[in-house]
Design a protein around this ligand. Structure first.
Ligand code: OAD
Length: 229
C-alpha cells in the first residue's frame, strides 16, 4: 500500500538542540553579526573575505554538532510515511540523521560552487573546511559558499511548492516564518489536510494549524505518537 505523503518544513529551531544558533531569537546569529554584511548579495560584493570567514566559522561549528532526537524522529517517520523534508537550514543534520529526501531552500554549508560556472558544486571535507577569496577550483575559477544570500533567488522554491501541494500531512518545525518565500509555503497545502507547527515561541499561523508549543526534540516525539498508525 502507498504510504501517505508527509512534508516537513524545518527552520533553525530544528537544529537549536544540536547547538547550532538560530537567527532571530535573542542571542541569535543576527544579534551578533550584521545580517546584510554576512548574508546578502550586496555584502558579498562589498566584502567577500568577511563572508568566507563567517561561513568558515559556521562549518567548524557544524562538524562538531550531531543530529538531535528531532532529526532522528523524522527519519523514524519514514517507516509509515513517504517523508519529504524541505529545510531552510544550511546544515546537513537531516542527512546525517538518515533522512532520504531533503530539499535545501537556502543552500548547503558544506558546499561551495564556482563563481564562473554555478553548476559546478563541490562538497568540502572535514579537513578542508575553509575557503577564502583566493580559493580556486580545479579549473582555476574562484568559489563562493553554496548559500542563498538575501537579494538572491531561491531556486528550489518551485519544487518545494510542488511537494507541499501534494502533501497529505504538513509539519512545520522551528521557524519564525519571517523569511519569504519559505514562509508562504504553508499556503500551498491542500485544504483540510492536518498541519502541525512545533515551536516553543510560535509565529502567528493560519486557523486550523495545530500548534505544539514545545522544542523540536519533544515536539517530534509527540508528533510520532500522533502520526504513527
Ligand atoms: P529564526 O531564527 O528566524 O527562527 C527560529 C525559530 O526557532 C523561532 O521561531 C524559535 O522560537 C524557534 N526555536 C528556538 N529554539 C527551538 C527549539 N529548541 N525547538 C524548536 N524551535 C525552536 O530561523 P528561521 O525561521 O529558520 O536564511 O530563519 C529563516 C531564514 O532566515 C534562515 O534560513 C536564514 C535566516 O536569515 C539565510 O541565511 C539565507
Amino acid at each position: 500500500m502507498k504510504k501517505p505523503r508527509l512534508v516537513v518544513l524545518t527552520g533553525a529551531g530544528m537544529s537549536a538542540e544540536s547547538g547550532i544558533s538560530t537567527f532571530r531569537d535573542s542571542g541569535g546569529l543576527w544579534d551578533k553579526y550584521p545580517v546584510m554584511e554576512v548574508a546578502s548579495h550586496e555584502g558579498f560584493v562589498r566584502n567577500p573575505a568577511l563572508i568566507h570567514e563567517f561561513y568558515n566559522t559556521r562549518r567548524r561549528e557544524l562538524v562538531n554538532a550531531r543530529p538531535n532526537a528531532g532529526h532522528t524522529g523524522l527519519k523514524e517517520l519514514e517507516q509509515w510515511y513517504d517523508v519529504d523534508i524541505i529545510t531552510q537550514n544550511v546544515d546537513d543534520l537531516h542527512e546525517r540523521a538518515g533522512s532520504l529526501k531533503v530539499l535545501h531552500l537556502h543552500g548547503e554549508l558544506m558546499k561551495v560552487r564556482s563563481m564562473k560556472h554555478p553548476e559546478r558544486v563541490y562538497t568540502l571535507g572535514p579537513d578542508n573546511l575553509s575557503t577564502s577569496v583566493d580559493t580556486r577550483d580545479s579549473y582555476g575559477d574562484p568559489v563562493r559558499p553554496h548559500i542563498v544570500f538575501f537579494q538572491e533567488a531561491v531556486p528550489n522554491i518551485e519544487p518545494a511548492i510542488e511537494l507541499v501541494e501534494k502533501a497529505d500531512v504538513l509539519v512545520i518545525i522551528g521557524t519564525s516564518m519571517a523569511v519569504y518565500p519559505a514562509a508562504g509555503l504553508v499556503n500551498y497545502a491542500r485544504r483540510g489536510i492536518p498541519v502541525y507547527y512545533i515551536d516553543p515561541n510560535p509565529a502567528p499561523v493560519p486557523d486550523g494549524v495545530t500548534v505544539l508549543r514545545t522544542t523540536a526534540t519533544q515536539g517530534v516525539k509527540e508528533l510520532i505518537d500522533i502520526l504513527r498508525p
